[in-house]
Ligand binder design. Structure first.
Ligand code: ADE
Length: 263
């Protein structure tokens, strides 16, 4: 005789969504609050917003700036909130010659450009892990890139007109991270020489990718280009962050999440 045991379908594990600064999350926390049922948990000096947004159970938080802050936040998302995957959104400095302010870079791989334990280990390699380039999850990155393409197709012309930028383009490739805001022509040129395939530089992505690699959690990173990491970088970054970054993040994340909800 068989016994029928009634089981509830397993609840979907949440997606971790984070940025360094509030402007880089767009309207995501407000949208989550509006959706209802959001609760906020404070853990390790960060607020984790737990709820649902655009049909996806999410934990949304701010990492603050730098590799340690990002690694600590992602570690908490994995251990305290059991996220199934992680998506990071924010701004970056353009490094690739074809990458302009207002363009979007979806990372395929991430590397810490300031990591140097040579001659003990090869330049850029994480000691005792044997990896220098951490891959983004191919499926998450593809879906993020698709959301970016749709955002540009639907809102690119409006953005360019509103912000006086060129029609945004979506790039995919290497994003490099370090605990340094790159703000001189000499420094960005040195990065280009050392890492010719680098498209963008920022301060968190590769740390997140390393932690996700170590715990086997899929991750993806999307960056809008706020500056070109040269002498104008600080001013360009500040203007872009306060006036433009939120529009990009809201447009990209809402499209990505609506698609993620049904797949
Ligand atoms: N994030 C945005 N612009 C940046 C830059 N120029 N250097 C490092 N991180 C950044």
């Amino acid at each position: 005789m068989s016994v029928l045991v009634e089981t509830k379908p397993a609840a979907r594990r949440p997606l971790g969504v984070l940025a360094a600064l509030p402007e880089e999350l767009g309207d995501l926390i407000a949208a989550m609050r509006e959706n209802g049922g959001m609760r906020t948990v404070t853990h390790g000096r960060r607020d984790y917003h737990v709820g649902s947004v655009h049909g996806v159970p999410c934990v949304v938080t701010l990492a603050r700036i730098g590799k340690v802050a990002a690694a600590a936040t992602v570690s908490a998302l994995i251990h305290a909130f059991d996220v199934e995957a992680i998506v990071f959104a924010g701004v970056a400095g353009g490094v690739g010659r074809a990458v302009r302010i207002g363009d979007i870079v979806v990372s395929d791989a991430l590397l810490q450009h300031d990591l140097d334990a040579s001659p003990l280990f090869p330049r850029y390699e994480v000691p005792l892990l044997g990896v220098s380039r951490f891959n983004a999850d191919p499926s998450l990155a593809a879906r993020l890139a698709d959301a970016c393409e749709r955002f540009v197709a639907e809102e690119g012309a409006m953005l360019a007109a509103r912000f006086g930028t060129q029609l945004p383009r979506v790039h995919r490739g290497l994003v490099i991270s370090g605990d340094r805001f790159v703000a001189s022509a000499a420094e960005v040129e040195a990065l280009r020489d050392a890492l010719p395939d680098a498209l963008a530089v920022e301060m968190e992505g590769a740390a997140i990718a390393q932690v996700c690699y170590e715990y086997g959690v899929p991750c993806a990173v999307v960056r809008t280009i706020s500056d070109t990491a040269d002498a104008h970088a600080a001013a360009s970054f500040e203007t872009f962050l306060s006036e433009i970054a939120g529009t990009y993040s809201a447009g990209i994340l809402s499209r990505f999440l609506r698609d993620y909800a049904v797949t």
